[in-house]
Design a binder for this molecule. Sequence first.
Ligand SMILES: NC(=O)c1ccc[n+]([C@@H]2O[C@H](COP(=O)([O-])OP(=O)(O)OC[C@H]3O[C@@H](n4cnc5c(N)ncnc54)[C@H](O)[C@@H]3O)[C@@H](O)[C@H]2O)c1
Length: 253
Amino acid sequence: MNAKKILVTGGAGYIGAHTVVELIQSGYSPVILDNFSQSDNTLLRGIERIVNTAPVFYKGDCTDTDFLKDVFRKEKSIQGVMHFAAFKSVGESVEKPLDYYRNNVGSLVSLIQVMEECDVHDLIYSSSCTVYGQPDLIPVDETALFKKAESPYGTTKQVCEHILEDLYIARHKLRMVSLRYFNPIGAHPSGNIGEIPLGTPNNLVPLLRRRQPESGINWWFLEMIIRHQMVRAYVITSMWWIYQRHMSGHWNI
Ligand SMILES: NC(=O)c1ccc[n+]([C@@H]2O[C@H](COP(=O)([O-])OP(=O)(O)OC[C@H]3O[C@@H](n4cnc5c(N)ncnc54)[C@H](O)[C@@H]3O)[C@@H](O)[C@H]2O)c1
């Protein structure tokens, strides 16, 4: 029996690369799509070292519907999509809001349009805890309403969730899950893939590591946090658990 093909947008990035490894090791057949705007082929090579085979990869942009159609056509039997491709820097989004709306919202709209045309209806969307703005209660759970987002990046995530909700209400065939990541950190135990941002890191751990490699920061403590929040357990397992149960909705992870 052929393995199920899953399109992984942004699969050359941090969370996407870990997902690709988990998919392959769980018997799926991921197809990676990335434009390398925030990455290069480092994590693709890392994936290859872990699974002993080069992952299927297409270089191109998620906002480009012709390119997307081409990938769906060439791959023929894609059954679902995990959409990670996005810009994610809160600070940069304040300076360049239009880039963020064009890339993050534009990618989702193009992707869904092509999925519809190609009769693919299952989507896992990478949302963020930023959708909550400044919540009234901490810890925040999924019943909390969206407050005003604190950056254009946060607004793009809210808009994308609204788009998915509207499609669901319209009795669209789309079956979707939004996962609101808080602060996934960690690396694959093999050390072959991890968070390797281009330019200035946007997330806490790579920023600390790059800014203060010789500092007195207790890296042992950080490593402990990393182990306990290992991406594998924290993101991937919950993602696939939800996907396999064919649910629609949104979850904090
Ligand atoms: N890492 C976190 O802490 C965190 C927290 C909350 C939400 N998220 C969300 O999870 C997703 C993945 O995050 P990540 O940490 O892996 O980011 P990342 O920057 O490591 O990976 C994103 C990948 O998407 C690619 N990409 C961006 N725009 C694209 C486009 N238009 N077409 C094709 N490829 C494109 C980039 O080149 C990059 O490889 C993002 O949607 C992000 O907003 C991440």
